[in-house]
Design a protein around this ligand. Structure first.
Ligand SMILES: [Mg+2]
Length: 327
């Protein structure tokens, strides 16, 4: 399959020309309509073979994951995803392989009413650069900069499973655990619900402490995490001892949970909406926003926080680990 037939292939797929798109694939650029009263939210995320996913991963899985991790940034902004563009660099234009990649990439399109508006193909080492576009009502995007002292910090899922999933995926296992590394669950609905409640939000792609630090930096505050409130994935707790599991849960990237802050004054209203709209979701309060400029973990001593995720190094000065000697 040559570059032009790949584009022809994309143009020929159904449901690519949604009515929100004035000009879609096939012209020099796409033209989209932004509804009145809304703002456009855009993010780009590049996935490189051997860096962000194992080189020998199945094309379906590669496509699925590349879109999911890009969408996670829209979730963190509270945006409703609308349009996607894919820039693909691939060593060969193998039509079966590309069709599988496309199948995985578009797997969640109908779930989110996404439209593919364009793309680009280049020959070279395998990499996918995914641009995602979403909409928010004007002025309502969730930012990293709104957290205030006293706000409660929440995380939207148990952490650390992705560390095991990555290892399983690297070993090429055909297990549900290995699969979960690729079929990342993105918190789109939660992000949108948080627009009216959260003071700040980020998705956990580099590890909870590193990502929470981004909120602190932008909000000019510090954060205190209570060690015994961090919800650690059950499988991880079965495999490694508790302290090591906590270290992994705090520092491993790729969980793609949302980490957000809720002002104490909004907590009751938020809990009421959560119970109604997300009755089965467990959201974990893990600490609070405090004065200062660092993220620290209380209630445990001598944590080794120098681990890193899959090529996601964590800056060692991010965390000043202070113990309150609580346990
Ligand atoms: Mg992010």
């Amino acid at each position: 399959m040559s570059e032009f037939t790949w584009i022809d292939f994309l143009s020929s797929q159904p449901d690519l020309q949604e009515n929100s798109v004035s000009v879609g694939i096939g012209d020099d650029a796409a033209v989209m309509r932004v509804p009145r009263g809304h703002e456009l939210v855009m993010s780009v995320d590049t996935s490189v073979a051997g860096v962000h996913f194992p080189k020998d991963a199945a094309p379906y899985d590669i496509g699925y994951r590349a879109l999911a991790v890009a969408l996670s940034d829209l979730a963190a902004m509270g945006a409703n995803p609308c349009w996607v563009a894919l820039s693909l660099t691939t060593p060969t234009f193998d039509s079966d392989w590309l069709a599988e990649l496309y199948r995985g990439f578009t797997h969640t399109f109908s779930q989110y009413s996404l439209t593919l508006i364009g793309g680009d193909t280049t020959q070279g080492p395998l990499a996918l650069s995914v641009q995602v576009y979403g909409l928010v009502p004007t002025g309502s995007a969730l930012l990293r900069s709104g957290a205030n002292v006293g706000d409660i910090i929440f995380v939207s899922k148990a952490l650390g499973q992705s560390a095991l999933a990555l290892e399983a995926a690297k070993r090429g296992e055909q297990t549900a655990l290995a699969k979960s590394f690729y079929t990342v669950e993105v918190e789109i609905a939660l992000g949108q619900a948080l627009r009216d409640f959260a003071s700040a939000c980020i998705d956990v792609s580099d590890g909870l402490l590193a990502d929470l630090y981004h909120i602190c930096k932008r909000s000019q505050c510090g954060a205190q995490i209570e060690a015994d409130t961090v919800c650690i994935d059950k499988t991880l707790l079965e495999k490694v001892e508790a302290k090591k599991a906590l270290e992994i849960a705090l520092t491993h990237g790729d969980d793609y949970a949302l980490c957000f802050t809720i002002p104490a004054s909004r907590l009751r209203a938020w809990q009421a909406l959560r119970a109604k709209q997300f009755p089965h979701a467990t959201l974990y309060p893990v600490g609070k926003i405090v004065e200062g400029d660092s993220v620290f973990v209380s209630g445990i001593e001598d944590l080794n926080l120098q681990q890193s995720g899959y090529q996601h190094g964590m800056q060692s000065d991010v965390v000043s680990n202070r113990s309150t000697g609580k346990r």
